[in-house]
Design a protein around this ligand. Structure first.
Ligand code: GCO
Length: 491
């Protein structure tokens, strides 16, 4: 049994909830979402600052499709989803939302939603099919067209350079635990930013480094499906060096470009008030939330193990921490859930941190069985704002999966997503009032899309996608969000 099962968010549903838990089925004692977030009862209206940026997010493998088109190489996610048994329903991203061909339609959706920022990612094997060598101009051209369409619609492109689709050939050469990846990644970043840096001013180097190293190399439930904690820890160090080097490569092209990373973060709450649980919660915060922030901003790893951090196991060499250092221009935060944390006697492997963290289920659950607890969002933001005072924050992801479908009139009444957003945005608004320097919010996601090992069994979109026809329909929550984006007023 993993001590880090709360990170195993995609596996969770398949084991615990075979089908979508309908919201009306509420176990006795659990409060209904409406009671927690009743439209009139709970919140005073809030006005967001005029300059606050409203956006939505997606990722290449989750929406593009066109998996082998125009010279694109195979990625670890192509290999993973083409391997029987890895993804629910044998789903793949071969077609996904077909956004590679329908990007103009998707930019029109962003426009219809009144959004002024779009976070998307670049597929590395579209740019370098095997992860090295000359760039594929057709791949670069696609992202140029997308960026141009966004700029024309007055939408800021916020581009993630790595949202998990590593070229398969690089995995065959050892993947992220292999230090050579630093040079390969920096080369890819240099090529891409040279080609697109005239159009795209805001960059995220990585998406959720902890999630892709941990689920991919320790738990094995994501590509590339390895199960070795030592390799995972080595991968985290290589990724930290790569982050620093990529930062410098981008700044060398144009020092004005704004560079950050989208970090997955959870509010880590001690399960009891004991000192041991409090310390365990701090270790969970160190490893799960800031393992890739602290080396960049302070040139050292935060303390995440009861004894010393396992620097030898991670392959840390003298001089490395200087390479990890990078004064990121902003911290991207992907926030979904809170976790309860208790202390356990430290063991080997994943247990070495002496941490047992698990999902809290005191609040209502989404259809993905993730707990809704907006105060956790507020508290996490305040903690990060306090710990990394001067660095601006952007919410690069926050959202929920609900399986609402079109009704007989063709509209998608997804009131639960509206209530989710009201609650979390209120938490964010309060953090702003309390001094947190947050300048943007991106909802995950613009579209229903390929949810990793869950395939198409989860729907996170503001827009409903009929995957048989690719027809897109803005959900009621999308209309609600569009109004908020144009007025900034949360009622
Ligand atoms: C992640 C990614 C997104 C997900 C979203 C919902 O965190 O896994 O950034 O690609 O789809 O978070 O799980």
């Amino acid at each position: 049994m993993s001590r880090w099962n709360s990170f195993n968010r995609r596996e969770f549903l398949s084991t615990a909830f075979g089908a979508a838990a309908s919201f009306s089925i509420v176990p006795p004692g659990r409060r209904l979402l409406g009671e927690l977030l009743h439209p009139q009862s709970k919140f005073a209206p809030l006005q967001f600052p005029e300059e606050f940026i409203w956006g939505a997010a997606t990722a290449s493998y989750q929406i593009e499709g066109a998996w082998a088109e125009d010279g694109k190489g195979e990625s670890i996610w192509d290999r993973f989803s083409h391997t029987p048994g890895k993804v629910k329903g044998a789903a793949t991203g071969d077609v996904a939302c077909d956004s590679y061909h329908r990007y103009k339609e998707d930019v029109a959706l962003l426009k219809a939603l009144n959004l002024t920022s779009y976070r998307f990612s670049i597929s590395w094997p579209r740019i370098q099919a095997t992860g090295s060598g000359d760039p594929n101009s057709k791949g670069l051209d696609y992202y140029k067209r997308l960026a141009d369409a966004l700029l024309e619609a007055k939408i800021r492109p916020l581009c993630t350079l790595y949202h998990w689709d590593l070229p398969q050939k690089l995995e065959e050469r050892g993947g992220w635990p292999n230090r050579d990846l630093v040079a390969r990644f920096t080369d890819y970043v240099d090529i891409t930013v040279r080609a697109l840096g005239d159009r795209i001013s805001h960059w995220c180097i990585f998406n959720e480094p902890w999630v892709f190293t941990f689920l991919g190399y320790a738990r094995g439930i994501h590509a590339p499906s390895r199960k070795n904690f030592a390799e995972c820890m080595r991968a985290t160090h290589v990724v930290n060096i790569a982050q620093g080097q990529a930062f410098r490569a981008i700044k060398a092209i144009n020092s004005k470009l704004q560079v950050g990373t989208a970090f997955s973060m959870a509010h880590c709450q001690p399960a009891t008030s004991s000192d041991a649980d409090r310390q365990a919660a701090d270790r969970a915060h160190a490893l799960g939330n800031v393992w890739f922030v602290h080396p960049a901003l302070h040139g050292e790893y935060p303390k995440a193990f009861p004894g010393d951090n396992p620097l030898d196991l991670m392959g840390v060499k003298s001089g490395d921490m200087e390479l990890c250092r990078a004064p990121l221009d902003f911290l991207g935060i992907n926030y979904y859930r809170r976790q309860l944390v208790s202390a356990i006697p430290p063991g080997a492997g994943e247990d070495a941190t002496g941490v047992h963290n698990f999902d809290a289920h005191d609040g209502p659950l989404t259809d993905f069985a993730w707990e809704i607890w907006p105060d956790g969002f507020h508290d996490l933001l305040m903690r990060i704002a306090h710990e990394y005072k001067t660095t601006p924050l952007e919410i690069t992801e926050n959202g929920c999966s609900y399986l609402d479908c079109p009704d007989e009139h063709g509209s998608i009444p997804d009131e639960r997503r509206v209530q989710f957003m009201r609650g979390y945005l209120h938490g964010l608004g309060r953090a702003l009032l309390h001094g947190a320097n947050v300048r943007a919010y991106h909802h995950w996601s613009l579209l229903d899309n390929f949810e990793w090992a869950e395939g198409y069994a989860q729907r996170f979109g503001l827009t409903y996608v009929d995957f048989r026809t690719q027809k897109r329909t803005i959900k009621d929550s999308g209309h609600w969000y569009a109004k908020l984006a144009s007025t900034g007023s949360l009622t």
